[in-house]
Ligand binder design. Structure first.
Ligand code: HEM
Ligand SMILES: N=C(Nc1cccc(CNC[C@@H]2CCCN2)c1)c1cccs1
Length: 349
C-alpha cells in the first residue's frame, strides 16, 4: 500500500468533510496497524465524486455531488457481478429520468472487457461495415467467445466479465433493460426513413478509478448524453455511422459543393433531431449550449470553494459550434488531480 497516497486522500477527505485531527490520527493509526487501506463506504463515495469533479475532459461536472454509489467490492462471482450491472442499468435509466451512478467492484479482481455496458456491435461484411465500426474489434472478441449477433445496424453487445484470470464470462442484456430512442425530426417527417436510433444511457466501463493509491479497474459509471456526442460524432463521423450524406439527401440539399455548407446544415438538423427525439421520449439529454452554461456555473462554484478548476480544453469544447460557447474563449489549465478516472491497459483479449 502507498502510505503517501493514502494520507493525501484522507487529508482531503478530512478537510472537505470537516472531520477532526483526532479522527485523522485514529484512521491513519488503524491503517498502519492493519497494513491495508480499505476505504469506508463514505470515503469511497467521497472519492468517486471528487474523481468526477477532477475529470478534466468532462463538461458535465456541475452535478458531481449527486453521484449515486453502489459498493460491490465483495463480489467475485461473474453471475453476481452481472446482476449488479443489471441493477445499475435499471437504477440509472429510471424510465428515462437518468440518474448518474457508479458501481465499484473489487480492485485487482474484476475487469469488464466492454468499453460501455450498452453499445452496438460492428461487423465487417463483404459489402461494407454493418453497425458501429468502432466496435468491430470487440465484436470479434465476443464472437470468439461464442456470441452470435442478429446482424442489424444496432445489435446490443453482450457484457464480458473477467474475474481474476479466469476465462471471461459473457452475458446477454435482456432487451427490457435497454431503453432506446428512435430518431425523428420535428419538421422533416421523412427523417424516420433513416431508421436511426440510439441507446438512452451511456455507461463507461473501460476507465479505472484511482483513489488513495488503490486502482479500481472495474467501476462503471453513467451520466446522460450531451446531444452532440450522438449527433455530431457517433452518427456523423465518417468512421462511425457516417449518416450526413443520407441526411442531406433526405432534406433536399445539394451535396456536390462544399460552399453551400450542406454538411453543416445536415449536422444541425441531425443534432436537432437527436435532442427532439430524446425529449419526446422523456429521456434525459443536454444540448451543448446548456451544458457549457452548466460548466460555467460549476466553474463559479468551485472558485467559491477556493478550488482551482482544471480542464482539457480540446475535449471540453463541443464538436459543434465550439466558438459559440464561452469555453472556447477561456483558457483552462489541464492539471491532473487525484482521485480521478484514467485510461488503463486493454484487457488481455
Ligand atoms: C451527468 C451528465 C454528464 C454529462 C452530460 C457528461 C458529459 C461528458 C462529455 C460530453 C464528455 C466527452 C465525451 C467524449 O467526447 O467522448 C465527458 C467526458 C468524461 N466524463 Fe462526463 N458527463 C456526465 C457525467 C459524468 C459522470 C457521472 C462521470 C464519472 C463519475 C463523468 C466522467 C467523465 C470522464 C472521466 C470523461 C473523460 C472520458 C475520456 O477521457 O475518454 N462524467 N463527459
Ligand atoms: N455523456 C457521457 N459521455 C461520455 C463520457 C465519458 C466517455 C465517453 C466515451 N468517450 C470515448 C469516445 C471515443 C473516443 C472519443 N470519445 C462518453 C457519459 C458517459 C458516462 C457518464 S457521462
Amino acid at each position: 500500500m502507498d502510505l503517501i497516497e493514502i494520507e493525501q486522500f484522507l487529508i482531503q477527505y478530512k478537510e472537505e468533510m470537516d472531520l477532526s485531527d483526532e479522527w485523522y490520527r485514529e484512521r491513519i493509526g488503524e491503517i498502519k496497524d492493519i497494513g491495508t487501506f480499505k476505504p469506508t463506504f463514505d470515503e469511497l463515495t467521497f472519492g468517486t465524486r471528487v474523481a468526477w469533479r477532477n475529470s478534466n475532459r468532462c463538461i458535465g461536472r456541475l452535478f458531481w455531488k449527486s453521484l449515486h454509489v453502489f459498493d460491490e467490492r465483495e463480489l467475485e462471482d461473474e453471475e453476481e457481478i452481472f446482476k449488479a450491472l443489471l441493477r445499475h442499468i435499471e437504477y440509472a435509466t429510471n424510465n428515462g429520468k437518468i440518474k448518474p451512478a457508479i458501481t465499484v467492484f473489487k480492485p485487482g479482481v474484476v475487469r469488464i472487457w466492454n468499453e460501455q455496458i450498452i453499445r452496438y456491435a460492428g461487423y465487417e461484411t463483404d459489402n461494407g461495415v454493418l453497425g458501429d465500426p468502432s466496435s468491430i474489434t470487440f465484436t470479434k472478441v465476443c464472437q470468439a467467445l461464442g456470441w452470435l449477433g442478429e446482424g442489424t445496424h444496432f445489435d446490443v453487445l453482450p457484457i464480458v466479465i473477467q474475474v481474476n484470470n479466469r476465462t471471461p464470462v459473457m452475458f446477454e442484456i435482456p432487451k427490457e433493460y435497454v431503453l432506446e430512442v428512435p430518431i425523428t425530426h420535428p419538421q422533416f417527417e421523412k427523417f424516420h426513413e433513416l431508421q436511426l436510433k440510439w441507446y438512452a444511457v451511456p455507461i463507461i466501463s473501460n476507465l479505472k478509478l484511482s483513489l488513495g493509491g488503490i486502482e479500481f479497474q472495474a467501476a462503471p459509471f453513467n451520466g446522460w448524453y450531451m446531444g452532440t456526442e450522438i449527433g455530431a460524432r457517433n452518427l456523423a463521423d465518417v468512421d462511425r455511422y457516417n449518416i450526413l450524406p443520407k441526411v442531406a439527401e433526405l432534406i433536399g440539399l445539394n451535396t456536390t459543393s462544399n460552399s453551400n455548407l450542406w454538411k453543416d446544415r445536415a449536422l444541425v438538423e441531425l443534432n436537432l433531431a437527436v435532442l427532439h427525439s430524446y425529449k419526446e421520449k422523456g429521456v434525459s439529454i443536454v444540448d451543448h449550449h446548456t451544458a457549457a452554461q452548466q460548466f460555467k456555473v460549476f466553474d463559479q462554484l468551485e472558485k467559491e470553494s477556493n478550488r482551482e478548476v482544471t480542464g482539457d480544453w480540446k475535449w471540453l469544447i463541443p464538436p459543434m459550434s465550439p466558438a459559440a460557447t464561452h469555453i472556447f474563449h477561456q483558457p483552462i489549465p489541464n492539471i491532473i488531480k487525484k482521485p480521478n478516472y484514467f485510461y488503463q491497459k486493454a484487457p488481455n483479449y
